[in-house]
Design a protein around this ligand. Structure first.
Ligand SMILES: Cc1cc2nc3c(=O)[nH]c(=O)nc-3n(C[C@H](O)[C@H](O)[C@H](O)COP(=O)(O)OP(=O)(O)OC[C@H]3O[C@@H](n4cnc5c(N)ncnc54)[C@H](O)[C@@H]3O)c2cc1C
Length: 408
């Protein structure tokens, strides 16, 4: 990874040296990664009675991984409102040829990362350990368990989740490296300050393909630039945007952002969040989708623990669920590729046109439905499977009745 633009100085709460005792053993479920996707999976497994281990190289919530902006309804659906910092009912879009304010059909909120992770973890009953995951141990166990190498020893489980972010550490190949991989890059600074608006800049002064942003979070601003082209370095222009906004260039936070779906399962391992490419192209919104797919995966794994489906069935059902979203992600990627081709002088009028109330309501409504908040409170995978089966049986009975009528 080219770390020049992506440097981060986390506040380390993680155990070091002698405190890092050896860690090994076998669990029912091993969840690698304790951010949005990993914690969403763990939360769905609470109360299952299974031995669930969650590992991350940092303590839970120690290292912020985003600007932490999300549709408010998702925070409400998961009971996470205590972590909210600020709420917005409009989006202010800046182009070199004029500004437009979009009145949103639903609000967005910024939140405190550490607090939100703590709230998600509060609802889990898993065990947590800090450990750096190095990859799959070879050879794998013969008893159906999958062994994972960490810097504290090998851990095995029949159900293993990779929620480790874009690197997809537990995949068989290692061919997912920037700048050739379908990854965007994002970097932001977090100065102290206040603001009223959720703001976005589509301006080639900051980035030829991508956008700049300023997300206020009560007493802090999250000012950054994201480039859809991984070859474009965003450090200089992130600093330029901060300078233009008279903000301090402090507390850098950045990472690669996948903009294409990858396989949901591979070699018996389940992937959720950025590791499965669940971040939405164009908007680079990946928190809501990491939670959404994490919940879906958690429900399937719960089905295995409750004994009504096998790991293979869970893999099949989760992959089907993931694949059913593919066309929506593909469509957004088309638009992502289209935006940089629009001549700059047309951008202003186009953005104003797209700001029409009916269009905003229609497009944002569809956008929210890619990962709808109702999903968070909908039934378990077993309920869903029962409903599918009932529907299938009803269709079958109807078909048989129709055949009977036709035969008569
Ligand atoms: C600058 C920037 C701003 C963004 N802003 C937003 C935003 O406002 N809203 C939004 O919806 N999305 C935003 N995104 C995208 C969003 O951050 C991701 O899509 C989201 O964090 C994905 O969640 P995740 O749980 O899959 O992975 P991550 O949040 O990346 O978490 C991965 C976890 O795995 C751990 N980990 C990684 N490797 C290892 C290892 N080898 N061993 C052990 N642990 C490991 C990490 O410590 C981390 O806890 C932003 C991205 C960037 C780069």
């Amino acid at each position: 990874m080219q770390v020049d633009t992506l440097c981060v100085v986390p506040i380390r709460a993680t155990k070091r040296g002698d405190e890092r005792t050896p860690l090994d053993g076998t669990y029912d479920v091993l969840i690698c990664g304790a951010s949005f996707a990993g914690l969403a999976v763990a939360r769905e497994l609470a109360g299952s009675g299974a031995e669930v281990l969650v590992v991350d190289r940092y303590e839970i919530g120690e290292r912020q991984t985003s600007a932490c902006g999300i549709p408010t309804v998702w925070m409400e659906a998961l009971g996470l409102m205590e972590a909210e910092r600020q709420r917005f009912d409009s989006l202010l879009m800046h182009t070199p040829h004029g500004d437009s304010r979009f009145r949103l059909p639903f609000t967005f909120s910024t939140f405190d990362y550490r607090e939100l992770c703590a709230l998600l973890w509060r609802d889990c009953d898993a065990r947590f350990e800090t450990a750096k995951v190095d990859g799959r141990a070879r050879p794998a166990n013969g008893d159906g368990a999958i062994a994972i190498d960490t810097d504290r020893g090998a851990i095995a489980a029949p159900l293993v989740v990779d929620a480790l972010g874009w690197r997809r550490v537990l995949a068989g190949d290692d061919g997912f490296q920037p700048p050739d991989a379908p990854l965007s890059r994002g970097l932001e600074v977090h100065p102290t300050g206040t603001g009223e608006d959720l703001e976005v800049w589509i301006d080639r002064r900051y980035v030829p393909a991508g956008y700049g942003w300023s997300f206020p979070a009560r007493d802090e601003l999250r000012i950054g630039v994201g480039s859809f082209d991984p070859r474009f370095h965003v450090r200089e222009t992130t600093e330029l945007l901060a300078e233009d906004l008279d903000a301090e260039r402090v507390r850098y936070q950045g990472n690669w952002i996948p903009h294409k779906l990858r396989h949901a399962t591979e070699g018996g391992v389940f992937f959720a969040g950025d590791s499965a490419g669940h971040c939405l192209p164009l908007s680079a919104e990946g928190i809501r989708t990491a939670l959404y797919f994490g919940i879906a995966l958690g429900r399937e794994l719960r089905g295995v623990l409750d004994g009504w489906q096998s790991r293979e069935q869970a893999a099949l059902r989760y992959a089907e669920f993931h694949d059913s979203h593919e066309w929506k992600f593909r469509w957004m990627l088309h638009v992502q590729r289209l935006v940089p081709r629009i001549p700059p002088r047309l951008l202003g009028p186009l953005v104003r046109m797209l700001g029409a109330k009916r269009f905003v309501e229609w497009s944002f409504g569809h956008y929210l439905q890619i990962a709808p908040p109702e999903f968070a409170s909908s039934g378990s995978a077993h309920d869903q499977q029962r409903a599918d089966q009932e529907q299938h049986d009803a269709d079958h009975t109807l078909g048989a009745e129709r055949d009977l009528v036709e035969a008569e």
